[in-house]
Write a protein that binds this ligand. Structure first.
Ligand SMILES: Nc1ncnc2c1ncn2[C@@H]1O[C@H](COP(=O)(O)OP(=O)(O)O)[C@@H](O)[C@H]1O
Ligand SMILES: [Mg+2]
Length: 307
């Protein structure tokens, strides 16, 4: 459905996207994950025809994107990471405005808008002013706006950012629904767990480069060989982190507040050695628990926790 071949984008001397390639098949929900500044927005804008790449090419099915802007725009729905303020427009008027821009006849638009408002759970708000909506509602409205012309491919730039947990759950439910409707979805986030249960495929981008990509299962398997442990200490993690970093069996350490997560290569006996060493060095360990491998840790490892 979507193919990126060696996309590079430079802003003057800054290389925002660096020789990035990716393929998304029809029906996939592809999570595009990476820390802030990694190049996600730039890549999505290029796909959405709002920005031109410095080199490389993009195909949607067999259509070359940069030379077929109009056709591409009719196939894709793009939801930007930031959207403006709209004084004196009500929710339904807002969608009418965008339907009109998309060239949809008034009568058809009415029924499309009603369906979309149901989908994004905003039907009860259709007569409210857009500016009076919560952030989560505005984001759902913006999603509805990107759907007015019934696009096949959705490009969503951090659609759940800045939302409270309830709003996130709601957004996920809607995206899952869109997946069931057969849409192909490319969705970005700087928070991996947000995407892990939603997506079929994941690509991890760092400094403009794709550092990992594959199905969610494939990416999970890659780091299954190491054991992950979470410990809690009584005070700051500084000394414990230092001690763990000196240990050659430990491949990864991350400390925050009074919690530390680390990975080690070895078996239970090695684990016992690590615990002994911590205790012998007067580290006040409160709790100790093995962890399942999850995508967040993989993400932290792959991007080396640089955020
Ligand atoms: N218009 C611009 N001019 C110059 N540099 C930019 C511009 N937009 C983005 N950048 C830079 O390109 C890099 C990638 O940014 P962006 O695509 O927004 O990343 P992300 O969406 O992953 O946070 C960053 O270093 C950012 O500062
Ligand atoms: Mg961005």
């Amino acid at each position: 459905m979507l193919t990126l071949n060696n996309i590079t984008k430079k802003y003057g001397k800054i290389t925002a996207v660096d020789n990035l390639s990716l393929k998304i098949q029809e029906g996939q929900i592809f999570g595009f994950v990476g820390p802030n500044g990694a190049g996600k927005t730039t890549t999505l804008k290029i796909i959405a025809t709002l920005l031109k790449q410095t080199s490389g090419n993009i195909y949607i099915n067999d259509i070359e994107v940069s030379t077929n802007v109009k056709e591409v725009r009719s196939i894709i729905g793009y939801m930007p990471d930031f959207f403006g303020v709209y004084d004196n427009l009500k929710v339904d008027e807002y969608l009418e405005f965008y339907s009109d821009l998309a060239g949809i006849q008034y009568r058809e638009a009415k029924s499309v808008i009603s369906d979309l408002l149901d989908l994004v759970e905003l039907n009860s708000k259709k007569n409210e002013y857009v500016d009076s909506l919560s952030r989560g509602m505005k984001q759902r409205l913006c999603l509805a706006r990107s759907l007015v012309h019934n696009p096949k491919l959705l490009i969503l730039d951090e659609p759940a950012s800045g939302m409270d947990p309830r709003a996130r759950v709601q957004m996920k439910r809607i995206l899952r629904e869109l997946g069931k409707m057969g849409k192909t979805i490319l969705i970005s986030s700087h928070i991996l767990p947000e995407l892990s249960e939603l997506c079929t495929n994941i690509g991890i981008i760092e400094k403009g480069r794709m550092v990992e990509s594959g199905t969610v299962d494939e990416i999970m398997k890659k780091s299954i060989s190491s054991n992950n442990v979470r410990i809690k200490v009584l005070d700051s993690t500084q000394n414990a982190v230092k001690l763990l970093q000196e240990d050659s069996t430990i491949t990864y350490v991350y400390g925050e507040d009074n919690k530390i997560e680390f990975s080690y290569q070895g078996d239970d006996k090695d684990m016992v050695k690590i615990i002994k060493r911590l205790v012998n060095n007067d580290i006040p360990v409160v709790s100790f628990s093995p962890m399942e491998n999850n995508l967040e840790e993989i993400f932290m490892k792959v991007t080396k926790g640089e955020e």
